[in-house]
Design a protein around this ligand. Structure first.
Ligand code: NAD
Length: 457
């Protein structure tokens, strides 16, 4: 890494953030509106870049650009709603309230699998909140970052530097984390990455927003509508070739419907269309890399060594011999296997039967990650238990929907080893601002809080 170039980049970002933050928030929102308009006109081209780099099928790539557009719309509205509370003061003639101010420069480190949407989650909020952003994309998706930057440059006039791209790998990410001038590190990627970067940021008492790996589960209850359920499971487990942080990895099925459910699931898996992501008919494209394929095979071989029966999981050669297409694996297990406790970033679905809902919830929660979870049921008591404090321990809990495919309106993120961060909708914007508690005395006396006396004698 060229240290001088890096330092210049941060200096530029700091300078533009100082200028940008003094624009009224609704005017900042207007720039984001223009950004969203331009994304609309470039939707097809940007989606093609995602397909080229992340190898997503076309409809998912278009969906990802749509997500970025949705984030713009959300942020434009938000630019007039960065509300602070006003609290009643305990003292006469006093006002107690909160003000929200920009942080400065946001360092945004992103993963390969959502190469535009995660940037949009961060940038749209960071920008309306008055910050600049330095974006370190995944080495797999520099073209996506350049594509987004070009769109921003077209609409941003004097504020082009609000988005600066720092191409590179671990060294560049570490530099951002070590740098005191970076006011927030927002990092998306594996739990391993989070564990390595968090101590670096914490050592300088920096602000950190982590969106890390998941190990998501769904529970299928006896009352579930199986047509809807099978479709939801197939999309969550196999869509994006099992390479979403929210991909479904573990399935707990009630023993009364286990046989029927697994048979239908097998049929559905067998019928999935695996093929080049640019083809309209393809439902599953290749894995991102050979390393990713090897990691999938390591898990499968480890299961096979234990004599566990696996359907699928093998490589299929389609067109380009350098690409790694795989058949999604369905793994029926009689007990919780060690492999189920970690995230293999590939389409492997473990299925286990359960006897009662409490047992299913416990198995679901009994992993170190806490991102997404689902229940398929038409029994209100079961779904409410699942959503209660005794239910799912994840940041996302769905009823009659798979674990993946969240909308931008809600806060996105998870607990435990998923990192605890929240991005995108709801009040996630607060992560990109600092809260100032303000007390104003407009009276003629100086009463102290809690009735403390400090009179002159
Ligand atoms: P990754 O951890 O390999 O890389 C993510 C980013 O971190 C990249 O920009 C990479 O260059 C950087 N990085 C990785 N290791 C680093 C290190 N040791 N030091 C410094 N920088 C490092 O992840 P990936 O393979 O690109 O993406 C898949 C992972 O991301 C999965 O675990 C998935 O669950 C997770 N993910 C999480 C979310 C979420 O919102 N929770 C969203 C997308 C992906």
């Amino acid at each position: 890494m060229d240290k001088n170039k890096y330092s210049e980049l941060v200096t530029k970002s700091k300078a533009i953030s100082n200028k940008w933050r003094s624009l009224p928030a609704p005017q900042r929102g207007e720039y984001i509106r223009l950004f969203g308009e331009e994304l609309r006109t470039k939707k097809e081209a940007l989606a093609s870049t995602i397909t080229k780099e992340a190898r997503k099928i076309k409809t998912e790539s278009l969906g990802e650009v749509q997500e970025a557009i949705d984030m713009c719309d959300f942020a434009v509205g938000l630019s007039r709603q960065l509300y602070g509370l006003t609290m009643p003061s305990e003292r006469p003639n006093h006002r107690l309230q909160e003000l929200w101010h920009p942080l400065g420069v946001v360092g945004c480190i992103t993963a390969f699998n959502f190469p535009m949407a995660v940037f949009a989650w961060n940038f749209c909020l960071a920008a309306v909140c008055g910050n600049s952003i330095i974006w370190k994309p995944s080495p797999h998706s520099n073209g996506c970052a350049i594509g987004m930057k070009e769109v921003w440059d077209k609409v941003s006039g004097e504020f082009a530097d609000l988005v600066l791209v720092l191409e590179g790998g671990n060294e560049e990410a570490v530099a951002l984390c070590e740098d005191k001038r970076i006011d927030l590190i927002s990092a998306t990627g594996s739990t391993q990455m989070g564990k390595e970067l968090a101590p670096i940021v914490s050592a300088r008492l920096g602000k950190l927003l982590l969106e890390l790996g998941g190990n998501n589960a769904a529970i299928v209850c006896p009352s579930a509508d199986l047509d809807l359920t099978i479709k939801g499971i197939a999309f969550s487990a196999c869509g994006t070739t099992g390479q979403r942080c929210t991909s479904l990895r573990r399935l707990f099925v009630h023993e009364d419907i286990y046989e029927d459910c697994t048979k239908r699931l097998q049929k559905c898996f067998d019928e999935l269309v695996i093929g080049c992501p640019t083809k309209e008919s393809s439902q599953i494209g290749p894995l991102i890399s050979e390393a990713s394929f090897n990691s999938m095979q390591d898990t499968i071989n480890s299961l096979k060594d234990k004599g566990i029966n696996i359907s699928g999981g093998d490589r299929i050669e389609i067109e380009d011999p350098n690409e790694f297409y795989v058949k999604p694996a369905l793994v029926l297990v009689n007990q919780i296997e060690e492999e189920m406790l970690s995230e293999t970033f590939a389409p492997i679905l473990y299925v286990k039967s359960y006897k009662n809902i409490e047992e299913a919830i416990q198995m679901q929660n009994d992993v170190s990650q806490g991102l997404s979870s689902s229940i398929f049921t038409n029994d209100m008591r079961e779904s409410e238990l699942f959503l209660s404090e005794a239910g799912s321990d994840c940041g996302i809990a769905n009823v009659n929907i798979g674990t993946s495919g969240a909308e931008i309106g809600g806060a996105f993120g998870g607990e435990k080893d998923t990192g605890g961060g929240r991005e995108s909708g709801s009040d996630a914007w607060k992560n990109y601002m600092r809260r100032m508690t303000v007390t104003v005395n407009y009276g003629e006396d100086l009463p102290l809080a809690q009735g403390v006396e400090f009179d002159e004698n």
